[in-house]
Ligand binder design. Structure first.
Ligand SMILES: [Mn+2]
Length: 378
């Protein structure tokens, strides 16, 4: 047991624990966690098999007032993030589920605790970013770094650890949002490419001028480890999240011409069907970022716009692009957004977005994106 005289924050405290550890494999926990029966062996097995594997336990739910432990057999979730770096729970894709119940499943990003890592590999891959403060963003930074720099992150179905679902009981000196953004900026400035940073800074313009200190050591680490570019992570590990400005004809917010209303996904994160909304334009891409892709899809960063039905008056929906229907659209120079298979056009009425027969005289079927990308053959 090591006690520190003053508050270090999660990141510094974990580094202190690591520096005082002596075993071959280290495991990080939250204080509000409880291990289940035989939790350790499945984690050790994965790391022993491949020392560059980071093995995450499956978290069970502990009720904060009663300490009731809920064990969900065969229920597993992974984690994702959006362009506001909101961390959320997500179901696995079918291609990520292995042949047996005990097969590991690939992780996208880590919750940040209850994982096992080879102690030497933890050092090789850059520990944690010592420049980060208190809490927040270090789990994303580490996940990106693991995947980009030669490691792998897996969910381990047979290792169960209980986690108390509670509100954070502690304060953030200087403000929680400020500290999170400080850490986020350190992470994205090291790992992301301009096309990704552009989308994030659209939602957090203040972050662009935030001084986050010296990043040279982290950038040197990235060069030394010969890490892959961030677009590799987006294409291979988290393809659900789309770069709004990549391989597109038009992107930004989609405004209904002659109104100040824009297509909006209400910050919806999931792949299951949701309503496509029309809302006052605020041009923040997390909820009002849309793209017309070169392959004809009308989409947000996490969902595609689809039409279920073919009769005028049907309401368009949002659904995950990978497993959902593959509807295609055309956006004419005059401003119409036409759904290919039904021939209907995207229109508005007093309730929101609606599909109607295309009408060249209509004033409500014309749309404009912030940015149009000239077609260049590559
Ligand atoms: Mn926790």
């Amino acid at each position: 047991m090591i006690r520190v005289p003053n508050r270090l924050g999660l990141i510094q405290a974990r580094l202190m624990g690591y520096r005082n550890s002596t075993g071959d494999i280290i495991i990080f926990f939250d204080s509000h966690m409880e291990v289940n029966i035989d939790w350790l062996q499945p984690l050790l097995t994965e790391v022993k098999h491949n020392r560059k594997t980071i093995a995450m336990a499956t978290l069970d739910y502990i009720q904060k007032d009663t300490m009731a432990y809920t064990y969900y057999k065969d229920y597993m979730i992974r984690y994702g993030f959006n362009w506001r770096l909101v961390f959320y729970e997500e179901f696995f894709r079918n291609d990520q589920v292995g042949p047996k119940p005990e097969s590991t499943r690939p992780g996208t990003v880590m919750v940040g605790a209850a994982y096992a890592i080879d102690r030497q590999f933890f050092q090789e891959i850059g520990e944690y970013d010592e420049g980060m403060k208190v809490w927040g963003g270090e789990n994303l930074e580490m996940s990106w770094r693991i995947w980009l720099c030669g490691g792998r992150l897996v969910h381990t179905p047979c290792s169960h650890i209980g986690h108390v679902a509670r509100y954070q009981p502690y304060n953030f000196p200087g403000g929680r949002v400020q500290i999170e953004q400080y850490n986020y900026k350190r992470a994205i400035e090291v790992w992301m490419e301009d096309e990704h940073k552009q989308i994030i800074y659209n939602s957090f313009p203040d972050m662009m001028t935030l001084d986050v200190g010296d990043l040279s050591a982290r950038r040197a680490l990235r060069a030394r480890l010969q890490c892959k570019p961030f677009s590799w992570f987006m294409e291979n590990i988290w393809p659900e999240l789309f770069s709004l400005n990549r391989n597109v004809l038009a992107w930004g917010s989609a405004r209904n011409l002659n109104t100040s209303k824009c297509l909006d996904n209400n910050n919806y994160l999931f792949q299951s069907e949701a309503t496509l909304l029309l809302w006052q334009c605020h041009y923040q891409f997390a909820s009002q970022g849309f793209s017309m892709t070169r392959d004809g899809r009308l989409r947000t960063s996490l969902q595609c716009v689809v039409v279920k039905g073919s009769i005028p008056g049907v309401r368009p929906k949002l659904e995950g692009c990978i497993n959902g229907p593959k509807d295609t659209w055309t956006h004419s120079q005059s401003g119409f957004i036409r759904h290919e298979s039904t021939g209907l056009c995207l229109d508005i009425d007093e309730y929101g977005v609606i599909m109607q027969a295309c009408d060249p005289t209509s004033g409500t079927q014309l749309w404009q994106f912030n940015t149009y990308v000239p077609y260049t053959r590559r």
